[in-house]
Ligand binder design. Structure first.
Ligand code: SF4
Ligand SMILES: [Zn+2]
Ligand SMILES: [Zn+2]
Length: 322
């Protein structure tokens, strides 16, 4: 089969648009879609300082490369930096730090590594034995702490935007997970294009430029662009991501029967956010989402009836306040 855009052999069939693309046009069409998403949602402008959250995984490296390329189109000296949170998971984090350092050197991007041990008080490995007492799983704690440390570092770096590497699959899995949990508030708090703008200046606005790119296209993009992929999985992922894994499996079964399923879910996610914000529920939700309570310890937003944010609550439970 020939490529739809040139005379080269096609290497990929994009079922959703029935496009056959060669390697060059596969790369070009992915990059074009990312640019289109950034423009459509006005994620950032050429003068913005954009900080990219790196996990060392494929998504965030693809994101960093594309943010750099996009900003370079309009500026000779784009202000793009990267942050990596080191949770202290032995045998897992070292590989991604090595990859992130290597790629940031190659792309001439400043990389800031934030250690959870120094900035939170304990590594994930050291928290694992206390999980039963806290009655939560490793990923909930890890995600909460990482989000906060990422935001705090981005704020310290005076970033205008914080870009994170959530792809299409990540977004719709989160959406379906919140549906089965009957959690409308979480759906509204996690719009596909990023987080809602906070009134608090200490919260840097998050953006998801890869929201329309399926995971398999990101993996193929890495392969063709020679972007390294970490091979070691986190030792806690299988143990704690049980619901997400089942949802992933369910979506992939459906996708085999109908190519548009992931995009339909993304559209539905956006529709729900737009509709809810136009009916009476908006008032209730806005009250809860926007007029949040303020944490007595760190002064960051938390639930209306709560005294402390979840980050400080975990820290308190673990006796990490000096
Ligand atoms: S799988 Fe869970 S514990 Fe491991 S890095 Fe991801 S969020 Fe953290
Ligand atoms: Zn081509
Ligand atoms: Zn707090």
């Amino acid at each position: 089969m020939k490529c739809n855009y040139c005379s080269n052999e096609a290497v990929y069939h994009r079922k959703i648009s029935n496009e056959f693309v060669c390697k060059i046009h596969f790369i070009k069409t992915v990059e074009k879609k990312i640019r289109k998403t950034v423009r459509k949602y006005r994620m950032f402008s050429p003068k913005d300082k954009v900080v990219v959250g790196l996990s060392g995984g494929k998504d965030s490296l693809v994101l960093l490369f594309n943010v750099l390329e996009l900003q370079k189109r309009y500026s000779d000296s784009p202000i793009v930096e990267a942050i990596l949170i080191d949770e202290g998971i032995e045998g897992y984090r070292d590989e991604s730090i090595e990859i992130a350092e290597r790629m940031c050197r190659e792309w001439k991007t400043p990389l800031h590594i934030v250690k959870m041990k120094n900035n939170f008080g304990k590594t994930i490995d050291r928290i694992i034995p206390s999980l039963e007492k806290l009655n939560v799983n490793a990923c909930t704690i890890c995600g909460t702490v990482r989000r906060r440390l990422l935001n705090d570092k981005a704020y310290e770096l005076r970033a205008d935007r914080l870009a994170i590497g959530h792809n299409l699959d990540d977004q719709i899995e989160t959406f379906l997970q919140n549906i089965v949990r009957n959690d409308l508030k979480q759906i509204l708090l996690h719009p596909p294009n990023g987080n809602i703008k906070s009134d608090k200046k200490e919260i840097v606005q998050r953006m998801k430029p890869l929201m329309s790119i399926p995971e398999k296209e990101i993996a193929l993009y890495c392969y063709y662009k020679d972007i390294p992929i970490q091979v070691t999985p986190c030792p806690y992922v299988e143990k704690y991501y049980i619901l997400r894994k089942k949802i992933q499996h369910f979506i992939n079964i459906l996708e085999n029967q109908s190519a548009e399923i992931k995009y339909n879910l993304l559209k539905m996610n956006e529709k729900i956010i737009n509709k809810v914000t136009t009916n009476y529920l908006k008032k209730e939700i806005n009250q809860e989402v926007k007029k949040k309570g303020i944490c007595k310890i760190c002064q960051m937003p938390c639930g209306l009836k709560r005294e402390f944010c979840y980050f400080c609550e975990i820290k308190k439970e673990l006796n990490l306040f000096e």
